[in-house]
Design a protein around this ligand. Structure first.
Ligand code: GRF
Length: 194
């Protein structure tokens, strides 16, 4: 299966996918909404094609959405993975890849959706949080849940320490889900080249 990964930051989640290849899927491109982020460097170091589609380059959000959808489609993905992609996707992306696009979120959805799931869980005082991999629908962190992992909150945790522990689980969870979904797509990578 052909996988396109979108990321916006350091890309440690992406790195786990780059390191986890198995023969049923491979990452054919990595895209970002910002140039120069470490995720793009990690892809380049792994010999994976990269692209950037930056909102700053477009007149409005719908134009950016459409451009991103066109760029991703150009790589003929069987599966799109949002690995720390910090933008809310519009209709063009959801219509083009809904049902074969997953997101990873560092909290146990439906609790603590949005951009500060780790901070919100800590502030609320939960003892158990975790991460969720879900299909992306038109909402924010609202699509069908595919899998979750629990992470205990320690008394001396701050947002960084808790997020790092969640990321450790997240990398394993996302890699497992991608492997499962890739096995179900119609283009296993090791057959005749497309
Ligand atoms: C992950 O925890 C992801 O769930 C969240 O941001 C983090 C991305 O970290 N949206 P990285 O850029 O992969 O290191």
């Amino acid at each position: 299966a052909r996988v396109v990964v979108l990321a916006s930051g350091s890309g440690s989640t992406l790195q786990a996918l780059l390191d986890a290849h198995d023969d049923s899927w491979r990452i054919v491109a990595v895209g970002s909404d910002k140039p120069g982020v470490k995720a793009l460097d990690r892809a380049a170091s792994a010999g994976v094609e990269t692209f950037t589609v930056s909102p700053a380059d477009f007149a409005d959000r719908p134009a950016w959405d459409a451009a991103l959808a066109a760029e991703v489609a150009g790589h003929e993905p069987d599966l799109v993975v949002l690995a720390g992609f910090m933008r809310i996707l519009g209709a063009p992306m959801v219509e083009a890849f809904g049902g074969r696009m997953v997101n990873t979120h560092p909290a146990l959805l439906p609790s603590f959706p949005g951009a500060h799931g780790v901070r919100d869980a800590l502030a609320h005082g939960v003892k158990i949080t975790g991460c969720t991999v879900h299909l992306v629908d038109a909402g924010v962190d609202t699509g069908p849940i595919l899998d979750q992992a629990a992470v205990r909150v320690l008394d001396d945790d701050d947002e960084t320490s808790l997020h790092e522990r969640i990321k450790t689980q997240e990398r394993e969870l996302l890699t497992r889900v991608v492997g499962r979904l890739a096995a179900t797509t119609t283009h296993p990578e090791r057959t005749a080249p497309r």
